[in-house]
Ligand binder design. Structure first.
Ligand code: 13P
Ligand code: SF4
Length: 350
């Protein structure tokens, strides 16, 4: 557990982090990317952190990779690249930097380290995990192989390096159906998200998809009745669900896609009202670039993603603590699974 009192004392010794309406006003260009969702009083608190992080990034030759579920002040204020899991994994292979600060959850930082072992990868909070990554170990993958001999294992990137190393290929929610369809075998094992697997099984009926019983604690909370009720009380709202939701929830939605798929859909369709059936920050982060769309609630918070704060980002950049390490033998095997996914995605034009 991070010692926040100690972190605050260290930061106070080195940076002026006093809330400042004047500084906030001088950084209006950055604020304009989030002013629909971040009140001016909050921006006055965030602005000194954003300034300090951005200048320290330049000093350290660091880049920040920010997932779509980061809070708006991290997403718009300090991230150099933002996107879904696939886009961030690809970016980790492309960025010319000595240091990557992963603003996302631990498996994303491990993926960056696996793909860029020569770079220092920093995690603002090592306890930012993921219920899916925690649901399976490499032994679980072996157990599935024993149950379905000869079937390839397609593991979601939301897994540990050991699980990736034990798998044949990875997938994300933006390429899962295509990766499964591209396997030669009729039976394909998907781990660890049972709901993503069931959604893929519907989209790829030519395959016998079998799955591990993991789930995302954010997306499993939705029920099809929630969506039916919402539609009845809010006619005309477009319902858009992440494929980590159970299939009966996805069936009630107008569209389902990864976080970047959701952004693309809303940008192209520009519905008058949209309900994003996913993590809360998704709508907040795209609200300012889509003023014509009204984003309506409810949403669910990911407690792991929300462990990442500006304060912790500044602290890891200052101390260079929380470096993510992956055993080189495990990393070499895991890299094969992730690289196969990236190569196949490129080949399929995803
Ligand atoms: P995306 O790849 O769609 O960004 O999803 C990652 C994730 O953890 C969703 O819960
Ligand atoms: Fe994991 Fe779900 Fe949080 Fe994504 S939203 S990081 S899948 S727990």
């Amino acid at each position: 557990m991070l010692d926040l009192t100690n972190i605050r004392a260290t930061l106070a010794d080195h940076y002026d982090l006093t809330p400042s309406p004047e500084l906030a006003a001088s950084m209006s260009e950055t604020y304009d990317r989030m002013n629909r969702v971040v009140p001016p009083s909050d921006w006055a608190i965030y602005a000194p952190y954003v300034k300090a992080i951005n200048s320290l990034k330049a000093e350290r030759n660091a880049v920040i990779l920010g997932h779509n579920y980061m809070t708006p002040e991290i997403f718009h204020g300090v991230s150099d690249f933002v996107g879904d899991s696939l886009q961030l994994a690809i970016k980790a292979t492309e960025v010319d930097a000595d240091v990557i600060v992963q603003c996302g959850v631990h498996f994303m930082a491990e993926t960056s380290k696996i793909l860029s072992p020569e770079k220092t990868v920093l995690m603002p909070d090592m306890e930012a995990g993921c219920s899916l990554a925690e649901s399976i170990t490499a032994e679980g993958v072996d157990e599935m192989r024993r149950r379905y001999p000869g079937a390839p294992v397609v593991s979601y990137v939301n897994t540990t390096a050991e699980v990736k190393a034990a798998s044949d290929i990875c997938c994300t929610s933006s390429n899962a159906a295509q990766i499964v369809a591209a396997q030669e075998s009729h039976t394909v094992i998907m781990t660890p998200d049972q709901y993503l697997a069931q959604n893929v099984a519907k989209d790829v009926p030519q395959k016998n998809v079998v799955w591990w019983e993991g789930s995302c604690i954010v997306h499993e909370q939705y029920s099809p009745q929630d969506l039916r009720d919402f539609r009845e009380w809010n006619p005309g709202t477009r319902l858009i669900a992440h494929p980590e939701c159970p299939p009966d929830v996805v069936a009630e939605a107008d569209f389902s896609g990864s976080t970047s798929g959701i952004l693309k859909y809303v940008t192209e369709e520009k519905p008058e009202k949209a309900l994003l059936i996913t993590e809360c920050s998704m709508a907040s982060n795209i609200a300012d670039s889509l003023p014509e769309v009204e984003f309506v609630g409810p949403c669910n918070m990911c407690p792991y993603m929300k462990k990442i704060t500006l304060e912790k980002v500044l602290w890891v950049l200052h101390t260079m603590d929380n470096q993510v390490e992956v055993d080189p033998t495990v990393a070499a095997k895991a890299r094969l699974s992730v690289q196969r996914m990236i190569d196949l995605s490129r080949q399929l034009g995803i």
